[in-house]
Design a protein around this ligand. Structure first.
Ligand code: SF4
Ligand code: SF4
Length: 471
């Protein structure tokens, strides 16, 4: 029985409710008056429920699909302005006891070399990332009670926060580790993590069980209820996502929307981020083995509808996607992207690209400087901001500011300041020139005289050598 407030996986992700929702969406996919009403509601930036979102995704009426795309673009600009937050994944270990058949780290893959970074190796990776200009990391590691216990994760977080190379520092460490206990989530919170990220992979329990034949992750309920435990452990910034292509996208899309509604209703805070990865080739993984691949046009539609349905949630895309797809989804709602990523363990500091330990192949291999310049050419402000978490703007407090339409007042000045730091410390001469012009243009757009003058003063302070100024 569907119960959005229940803490039991099969009640807040109720199969019958998803099946009925899909049927409702099919029946109403040509219902113009209903779809127009849903779009009008979405335009108020108050979000949509999973049934409304499903209808919007099923709709194939060309002008209404176009309207959905335009609305997603408009909502994104209204809430976040034109900043795009940059981050990099950091793979600590590919030891894993799970059997996920779509991931080369699965326990039975004997071909892949196993590697776990020592604290000294983490130091080298972090220095390489700082020297590129990164300030925000997402830690990635497999589940292995012996090789990757929580103590290893906590020690690694301490190491990372403790490294300050030249003007560099990592100011926010987001963590993507397997579903764990309330006690371990509490330890992660105490270690000062940013967002706790865990992808559901698929919400379809039958498919989930086939895709996860062994290991702790094979327990659907344990995995699906992870955010409830994380919240109990005191974490209030949580990121969810599915791996599109593993299972039918319609089912997973509705499951994702229901999970977001559950978090808001039962945990008091909706997802801080939603990620939209699609399955990619890797050692031992051929996407053609998965018959549910999502074509580009549908993928764009999914991104646009998520933006309309959960307007206050950050949306993340990785370098799994090509430059072209990334370019298009930036307009439709993506607010964070990774840049210059390595998806292998130790991939940043090693001279040669260590691809034999990679989790998936990259479709976008540009350097951070190239990505920054590209974003600016598209009219975005690449942002290395980490201010909210450090100013205590997390969880409910963050959502309140977002819902009041005020987050842009922080995002834009912080984007300008962190971009300026990047230009001073890491950019190529060409990128610096383009960046200075962009900053001048952004200053000109600020209506408040007081804010513009304070930002100009802060930019001067950065030029004189100060760092880490924030709003
Ligand atoms: S997806 Fe995660 S849990 Fe599954 S095999 Fe890969 S690293 Fe392990
Ligand atoms: S001000 Fe907050 S929401 Fe905006 S980019 Fe910085 S951390 Fe993110």
């Amino acid at each position: 029985m569907y119960n959005v407030k229940s803490h039991i996986a099969e009640e807040f992700i109720d199969d019958a409710e998803i099946v009925e929702t899909l049927e409702y969406a099919r029946k109403n996919k040509d219902n113009r008056p209903l779809i127009e009403r849903i779009l009008e509601k979405a335009a108020l930036c108050r979000g949509l429920d999973h049934r409304e979102a499903a209808v919007l995704l099923e709709c194939g009426i060309p002008d209404l699909v176009e309207k959905t795309f335009a609305l997603a673009e408009d909502i994104k600009k209204r809430i976040y302005g034109n900043r795009i937050v940059m981050f990099a994944p950091l793979y600590l270990s590919n030891y894993c006891v799970n059997g996920c058949i779509y991931c080369p780290y699965h326990a039975k893959n004997k071909r892949i070399p196993r590697k776990k970074l020592t604290q000294e190796e983490i130091r080298r990776e972090v220095i390489a990332l700082q020297d590129m200009g990164h300030k925000r990391l997402a830690l990635e590691l497999g589940e292995h009670p012996v090789e990757n216990p929580i103590e290893y994760v906590l020690e690694s977080i301490r190491t990372i926060y403790g490294i300050h190379h030249r003007n560099g520092d990592i100011r926010r460490v987001n963590v993507n580790i397997a579903a764990t206990t309330v006690e371990n989530y509490r330890k992660l919170r105490d270690a000062g993590i940013g967002t706790y990220i865990l992808f559901q992979e698929t919400y379809d329990k039958r498919k989930y069980q086939i895709l996860h034949p062994s290991g702790p992750k094979s327990d659907y309920a344990w995995h699906t209820e992870a955010m409830d435990r994380a919240r109990e452990g005191g974490i209030d910034d949580m990121g969810i996502g599915v791996l599109f292509g593993l299972s039918g996208y319609r089912y997973d899309f509705v499951g994702l929307m229901m999970h977001a509604e559950h978090m808001e209703a039962a945990l008091g805070v909706g997802p801080h981020t939603i990620s939209v990865p699609r399955i990619r080739p890797a050692d031992d993984v051929n996407p053609e083995d998965f018959s549910d691949a999502v074509p580009d046009d549908k993928f764009l539609h999914i991104v646009a509808v998520i933006r309309c349905a959960v307007p206050y949630t950050g949306m993340i895309i990785s370098t799994r996607e090509s430059r072209d797809v990334r370019e298009r989804v930036l307009d439709l709602g993506i607010s964070q992207i990774s840049g210059a990523s390595r998806t292998s363990v130790g991939g940043y500091a090693s001279e040669e690209r260590d691809e034999d330990t990679a989790q998936f192949d990259l479709a976008d291999r540009r350097s951070l400087d190239e990505v920054v310049k590209w974003l600016m050419e598209l009219g975005y402000i690449p942002s290395f901001c980490t201010a909210c978490y450090r100013a205590g703007r997390t969880g409910e407090r963050f959502m309140k500011i977002c819902k009041g339409g005020k987050i842009q007042d922080c995002c834009t000045p912080n984007a300008v300041l962190t971009l300026k730091e990047y230009l001073l410390d890491y950019a190529s001469p060409e990128t610096r020139k383009a960046g200075e012009a962009l900053i001048a243009g952004e200053l000109g757009k600020i209506e408040s005289e007081a804010l513009r003058s304070s930002l100009c003063k802060d930019l001067e302070r950065l030029e004189k050598g100060e760092r880490d100024l924030r709003y």
